[in-house]
Ligand binder design. Structure first.
Ligand code: ATP
Length: 221
């Protein structure tokens, strides 16, 4: 997230997810407008971002008066009230917002959001569940992100069986169809690692590959 770029973001819905997205963007140097229908939440959040306003985003006139069209990206982080979430997304689309990100509660809700024009649909609860599950299955796994249905990125502590080998000797690409794109060694980040780089006892590997391949790597002791 570069500070030179002055992109403007609007975040609608200040639940745990919305506030976390809004403050992270603001701390990274972006201009952030946060919107919520609840006056109390708006008050609480007033020092955290560039602007906070109280508005019901299912009200088209209110939405337009905020100049929402001028924002590069609008995130719909309304959770519980699915109807408000969908209606807000629809209105944003009609108003002509360029890039709409919407939070979905489940697959069906996500499909609807895509149909009405959300450019990106996110499933925070599901994604967090998947990450926690991978972390429980293998103690080596530190983080896991599904990049697409069949492509995953995983951060794993170097499994014992490949410690002391070079990346070429470990041969992970041929064995599991995965690529080590970076290695963490304490504070040092080796990117991209060369084939002769030796895997140290405390190294952390950042690996991209097919979901099946990544899973096999996770199962290594
Ligand atoms: P999280 O899990 O992120 O905490 P949640 O799923 O519990 O979120 P909610 O608390 O239901 O999400 O919604 C987030 C916020 O969205 C609330 O603060 C709520 O006031 C706000 N919100 C709901 N409807 C609207 C609306 N029509 N316009 C603006 N904000 C709204």
């Amino acid at each position: 997230m570069g500070k030179k770029d002055k992109r403007q973001y609007a975040i609608i819905g200040l639940g745990r997810f919305g506030t976390s997205v809004a403050s992270t963007l603001f701390r990274a140097g972006y201009e952030v407008l946060a919107i919520d229908a609840d006056e109390e939440r708006v008050q609480k959040f007033s020092d955290e971002v560039t602007h906070v306003v109280q508005a019901d985003t299912t009200d088209e006139a209110a939405l337009k008066s905020l100049g929402i069209r001028n924002f590069d990206t609008v995130v719909v982080a309304i959770g519980e009230d699915v109807q408000a979430n969908i209606l807000t997304t629809l209105l944003l689309k009609e108003i002509g917002v360029q890039y709409i990100v919407a939070k979905a509660r489940n697959e069906l809700h996500g499909k609807m959001l895509t149909k009405i024009g959300a450019d990106k649909v996110i499933y925070p609860e599901r994604d967090m569940g998947v990450r926690v599950a991978h972390n429980l299955v293998s103690t080596n796994v530190l983080d896991y992100i599904e990049l697409s249905p069949n492509l995953s990125l995983v951060e794993v502590a170097a499994p014992r069986t490949i410690r002391g080998l070079s990346l070429a000797e470990a041969n992970l690409r041929a064995l599991y169809g995965v690529n080590v794109v970076a290695m963490k060694r304490g504070e040092q980040i080796i990117v991209p690692p060369q084939p002769d780089e030796k895997i140290g006892d405390h190294d952390i590997l950042i690996v991209v590959g097919s979901t099946a391949g990544v899973q096999k790597l996770e199962e290594l002791e």
